[in-house]
Design a binder for this molecule. Structure first.
Ligand code: HH2
Length: 293
């Protein structure tokens, strides 16, 4: 009898698929934030002029981000929504200005299917939907376009979400919500590997609930989808520290990002791109024995 052949198990790396390719999840990636708004909580007004936004978009790509996340509507607590026309008016020149000049995918941070649709036509390849595909048109268009999607959890809506967020068990409820929304996305035809999930830090959560979610990120990781975490400059950092102003929250943001990476986050959404990329290289060296040199 011939000896049994050793079984070769090929362990292909996990990936996140999007419209024009895939992101290999063999390290902790940074999703660089570009807010083309007058009122975003940390950088409102800074990149409202198209030239300034385009310049920043190019810089984000150069600084080592793996995705450029462009948004034209603030969803900070208490914010009012803007019309699809206004949102598109803000981001259209920016997408045109960066799209063929950078070699990283562009995600569009929007909750409006019309805006997402037009952005995909302009060359964006990922939809970052803070409402977790609550509008069925969003899932349908993502499926048709083979776009990547971020399904994020939010309790309530930005105008009122911080008034009295309530959960019995925040980690379980958010995990179950994300599992259900990812399933709904797949039922609409989106490929499993195109769906990333995000606990939505700060979206209808108290400081303690945000901390619970970060501490229990493994529940969300266990869903098997790529995991995005956005902690950058958020108010829980100031609550834990000494009430730091926006421009003084970098150290706290990096600490939270590093801990999220240690708990299994694949992508960190961040405003301070160069610093976050550097921090994630060190985190990956320790966590994944990954050397970049
Ligand atoms: N946070 C914000 C916006 N979009 N998307 C995902 N997937 N995850 C997040 O945590 C997340 C997000 C809020 O940050 P920012 O874009 O800087 O603020 P604003 O909504 O005021 O523009």
């Amino acid at each position: 009898m011939l000896p049994a052949m050793p079984r070769i198990v090929s362990k292909s790396p996990r990936v996140w698929r999007h419209r024009s390719g895939e992101i290999v999840l063999d390290r902790t990636h940074v999703m660089g934030v570009l807010n083309v708004t007058p009122d975003s909580f940390s950088d409102g007004g800074r990149y409202l002029a198209p030239e300034a936004a385009i310049q920043r978009g190019l810089e984000i790509a150069e600084q080592g981000a793996s995705i450029l996340d462009v948004g034209g509507e603030s969803t900070r607590p208490g914010s009012a929504s803007v019309s699809a026309e206004e949102e598109w008016r803000r981001i259209d020149p920016v997408l045109r200005g960066v799209v063929r000049k950078i070699d990283i995918p562009i995600s569009i941070d929007t909750r409006k299917p019309d805006v997402a649709d037009r952005a995909l036509e302009r060359g964006a390849t990922i939809i970052n939907d803070v409402t977790g595909l609550s509008d069925p048109r969003m899932a349908r268009l993502a499926s048709k376009a083979h776009a990547g999607v971020v399904v994020m959890h939010m309790q309530g809506d930005p105008a009122t979400m911080q008034q009295a967020p309530r959960y019995t068990n925040v980690a379980e409820e958010v995990r179950d919500f994300l599992a259900a929304r990812a399933k709904a996305g797949m039922a609409a035809g989106i490929e499993r590997e195109a769906i990333a999930v995000d606990p939505g830090i700060g979206f209808g959560k108290t400081v303690d609930q945000n901390l619970d979610l970060l501490r229990n990120l493994d529940g969300i990781v266990s869903l098997g989808h790529p995991v995005v975490v956005g902690v950058s400059r958020k108010s829980f950092i100031a609550h834990l520290g000494g009430g730091e102003r926006m421009e003084d929250r970098l150290a706290g943001s990096l600490a939270a990002a590093t801990l999220a990476a240690a708990r299994g986050a694949d992508l960190i959404r961040a405003h301070d791109v160069v610093e976050t990329v550097r921090a994630m290289r060190v985190a990956d060296g320790v966590l994944r024995r990954r050397a970049n040199l």
